[in-house]
Design a protein around this ligand. Structure first.
Ligand code: NAP
Length: 246
């Protein structure tokens, strides 16, 4: 029986690369999206065309909304029984001086980045616990490890995911479920589109390997942590940053 993976925020960027990587390994892939319906459907078509044996499903849900997440899991349960692997990837960033960020912006960042992961994990667990098997990977950020000026709320939300990962891994280890985080460096996706050429060049120069990360660089770590071979690794945060934080 092929395993089923849910990737939140799989319509674009890192989530999309993860979906393609899992499909290449023959897994059923659930592509969650919020706004980018056309991109999600085109990804499903691409997966179905490339891998005839793979079942792909698109499900719209704002992960910050527990009701929408619950409805998404009803669809997943009906289609596949449940999700064996959960990648909490959906995220948004916000930049600006700490004192300029409004309460509503703060709540949105934590709602998507932190409570989105809480909502999806809570909904995924009954099936994983029943199966005595599960892999949960939370997409944090190197800024969650080191902190970034003018991205205090984003950094704090990503640090929260690392604490979540560590604590939950202890609670779930006896149930055969591992929980790990991946902390990407600067990855070439829409999330960084707001940065101008000079800022991107500076970040590239600060990255010892001398290039920006690609979504597939992050997907490679996610795929490994999701594998059966990674069953003795839990509670860890793997940085995929080209050496930025060394
Ligand atoms: P991206 O290209 O902007 O893609 C973000 C994805 O998240 C989209 O598929 C988007 O879906 C989804 N999303 C946003 N809000 C959502 C919500 N409320 N519910 C469901 N899905 C939602 O960003 P990315 O660079 O791939 O980022 C993916 C993850 O990596 C994020 O958690 C981000 O913080 C983290 N990360 C990125 C970098 C980087 O340099 N790019 C570095 C470190 C960490 P829709 O378009 O359908 O709404």
């Amino acid at each position: 029986m092929p395993k089923t993976v849910l990737i939140t925020g799989a319509s674009r960027g890192i989530g999309r690369a993860c979906a393609l990587g899992f499909a290449a390994r023959g897994m059923n892939v659930v592509i969650n999206y919020n706004k980018s319906e056309a991109e999600a459907k085109s990804l499903r078509a691409e997966i179905e065309a490339a891998y005839g044996n793979v079942r792909a499903l698109t499900v719209k849900a704002d992960v910050s909304d527990a009701g929408e997440v619950s409805a998404m899991f009803e669809v997943i349960t009906a289609e596949f029984g449940g999700a064996d692997i959960l990648v909490n990837n959906a995220g948004i960033s916000i930049s600006g001086l700490f004192t300029d960020i409004t309460d509503a912006e703060r709540d949105r960042v934590f709602g998507v980045n932190v409570y989105g992961a809480f909502n999806c994990t809570r909904a995924a667990l009954p099936y994983m616990i029943h199966e005595k098997y599960g892999r949960i990977i939370n997409i944090s950020s190197m800024w969650g490890v080191s902190g970034a000026s003018c991205e205090v709320h984003y950094s704090a939300s990503k640090a929260a995911l690392i604490g979540f990962t560590r604590a939950l891994s202890k609670e779930l280890a006896p149930s055969g479920i591992t929980v790990n985080a991946v902390a990407p460096g600067v990855i070439d996706t829409d999330m960084n589109a707001r940065l101008d050429g000079d800022a991107m060049r500076a970040l590239c120069e600060e990255t010892p390997v001398g290039r920006l990360g690609a979504p597939r660089d992050v997907a490679a770590a996610v795929l490994f942590l999701s594998s059966d071979e990674a069953g003795f690794i839990t509670g860890q945060t793997v940085t995929v940053d080209g050496g930025f934080l060394m």
